[in-house]
Design a protein around this ligand. Structure first.
Ligand SMILES: O=C(O)CCC(=O)C(=O)O
Ligand SMILES: [Mn+2]
Length: 211
């Protein structure tokens, strides 16, 4: 009989894109204090987009660079525009978990220099977009979900391509690279829910090789 707590194996969402349900659940109690520490140094904030609107999720991050957005555009920045200081260093343990997670689905050379932290409350989400501000698209995107569930929208190369809807729960890992590295994706508006450790929040960590 399978162990109830054993994570399931990878599920292919598209070419070179995988969901590994529950893979990170066993690490969440180590990760949450690391995240709280990062967010003390680089608080969550909403970002303005070049068109003038505001993203509904809140963002922070750690590593050599973090993705930022303002009226001038989208880019990776070595400086946190809110504090004027360098971003907090990426904790070795988070780096190690990201490398290990990429390897689980066959991406063996991954070494992220950015960990973007997205924080969603019920009623917030993220519109369809592509992660295309990184220098080299040969590295995958590694995404950790913690807290309340969200519906991940995963499309194709064109914005109008059909989108699959995948519920991401606490501890779920998604990795996409190779042929689907530039696929459109987003997060549907979250429904009300409460998580035992994080309350009414979803935290997403997105590891990238940006430089
Ligand atoms: O929250 C998520 O799962 C996706 C986040 C995302 O696509 C991004 O930060 O670019
Ligand atoms: Mn993205």
């Amino acid at each position: 009989m399978p162990d109830l707590f054993e994570a399931e194996g990878p599920i292919e969402l598209a070419e070179d894109a995988y969901l590994v349900p529950g893979y990170l659940a066993r690490y969440s109690s180590e990760m949450i204090p690391l995240l709280r520490n990062i967010l003390r140094m680089a608080p969550l904030r909403r970002m303005q987009v070049p068109g003038g609107g505001w993203m509904t999720s809140q963002i922070s991050g750690c590593g050599q660079v973090v993705w930022v957005s303002d009226l001038d555009g989208y880019r990776y920045s070595t400086i946190d525009p809110l504090t004027g200081r360098a971003w907090p260093e990426m904790p070795d343990r988070l780096h190690q978990l990201a490398v290990q997670s990429a390897a689980v689905v066959g991406f063996t050379d991954f070494s992220p220099d950015c960990c973007l932290i997205n924080c969603y409350r019920p009623g917030t989400g993220m519109g369809l977009h592509r992660d295309k501000d990184e220098r080299d698209f040969s590295a995958p995107i590694v995404s950790f979900s913690l807290g309340i569930p969200a519906v991940f929208l995963f499309g194709g190369h064109r914005r109008r391509d059909p989108v699959s809807r995948v519920t991401l729960e606490h501890g779920d890992l998604v990795v996409w690279g190779g042929k689907s590295r530039l696929y459109y994706h987003g997060i549907a508006k979250l429904a009300n829910a409460t998580h035992s450790e994080l309350g009414a929040l979803r935290i997403n960590l997105t590891f990238r090789e940006a430089l």
